[in-house]
Design a protein around this ligand. Structure first.
Ligand code: HEC
Ligand code: HEC
Ligand code: HEC
Length: 116
């Protein structure tokens, strides 16, 4: 618990500093998300396409939508199921077909196995 709290405090300070300074930090690498049961292909989350370089704001997603808690790199995050996302959780907060593209076209997020 103590370690988790320390990570969260450091993260909060880092994110706040970034936003106040108004400068774009080095973004995390593209992140292939661990696949859940029956996932039709790897989904890669890209910070570059989600952070406005001119006005970077990490707090739209962290920590409320995506806590970035220490967890095994190949452990699927429990909130990444379509049942939850379609109720507005995680990616579903924006990918509702209005704020951002919805879930109808699988290939907009899931890479076809051959293309990887
Ligand atoms: C649109 C939502 C969104 C925004 C905005 C966002 N992130 Fe993330 N971030 C994510 C997601 C999704 C993950 C992966 C979470 C997971 O795997 O559970 C992540 C993971 C991370 C990680 C963990 C390293 C990794 O590669 O998984 C760090 C560090 C991070 N983000 C920093 C930032 C910083 C700094 C900003 C602002 C410049 C930012 N994020 C803005 C969604 C976002
Ligand atoms: C804060 C709102 C927000 C959240 C949360 C969010 N996205 Fe996005 N995403 C957008 C917007 C806006 C675009 C650009 C418009 C579009 O593609 O519909 C976008 C574009 C994308 C794209 C196309 C560009 C690219 O990077 O290839 C993918 C794929 C994507 N998002 C995946 C995800 C995944 C996976 C998650 C959850 C881990 C997620 N997004 C969470 C807002 C969001
Ligand atoms: C906006 C991005 C996005 C789109 C579009 C999308 N998915 Fe997903 N999907 C995800 C993410 C993120 C995960 C979690 C990572 C994983 O399991 O690959 C996921 C996981 C899954 C899973 C395993 C977990 C679960 O909910 O059962 C299945 C099955 C799945 N997707 C099927 C589909 C199908 C079929 C389509 C097209 C009709 C689709 N997805 C379109 C983002 C998306």
């Amino acid at each position: 618990m103590k370690r988790i709290r320390r990570v969260l405090i450091l993260l909060t300070l880092g994110l706040t500093g970034t936003v106040l300074a108004g400068s774009l930090p080095r973004l995390p690498n593209d992140r292939p998300l661990p696949q859940g049961d029956g996932s039709p292909g790897v989904v890669t989350f890209r910070h570059a396409s989600h952070v406005d370089a001119g006005k970077p704001d990490c707090t739209t997603c962290h920590p409320a939508l995506f806590p970035i808690l220490p967890r095994s790199a190949n452990q699927a995050a429990p909130q990444f199921t379509h049942a939850k996302m379609e109720k507005g959780v995680a990616c579903g907060k924006c990918h509702d077909g209005k704020s951002a593209h919805g879930f109808d076209d699988c290939a907009t997020c899931h890479a076809a196995p051959k293309e990887r």
